[in-house]
Design a binder for this molecule. Sequence first.
Ligand SMILES: [Mg+2]
Length: 223
Amino acid sequence: MDEERSSIVLIFDLDNTVIYSHIDFRAIRLALIEILHKYGSTFPTEMLVRHAIPELVAMGEHIGPEVGKAMWEVVMHHERAGLEGATLVEHAPEVLNTLKGWGYRLALLTNNGRAAVEEVLHAFGLAGTFEVVVSREDVHSPKPSPEGITLILNRLRGSPALAYMIGDAWIDGLAAQRAGVRFIAFQPREEDLRSRGIVPWAVIQDLRELLRFFPPKEPQRNL
Ligand SMILES: [Mg+2]
């Protein structure tokens, strides 16, 4: 039974799941859309604003490498500003450390840049908490692509059937769905999930609820 527990992989998103970064994702999207329009994109804002940030940047890169570069600079500027004012999500360290102590394997998957991620993990004493940290530079396609999840499972020799993605956003849910792992939605905007056909395995409002799903011992089975 211990063996099964130690092969359960819990993959956490960072922003608004482990820390509140105060990154203004909508402002980033609008700034990126402005750049796309400046370089001739004719897609309307209402349509573009539904795309994930990496998808918008990919459109810019398609126009030209200098456009993509300008867009990444906008993203990094906002990221840094948002991470400077970051605060911990309630109970995040105690829940993460408890799960780790019980033998669950923890990974972090974020679309943020590595330098900013390392800084914030260090600042909150979480630098050694995750066995694997995958940030934007580690993948070709960030979330909602399943690539990061697959990379984590390969590194930990984990199986999708025993893995869970925990995150607040539809990109976490879609990445999980595409990778064939269960999605636990943390304080999600449920309409965002519903409108994209994402069905979470569970919805939680408090990270401590994870300790019920992932207990210290396998429940007794009366066979
Ligand atoms: Mg998030």
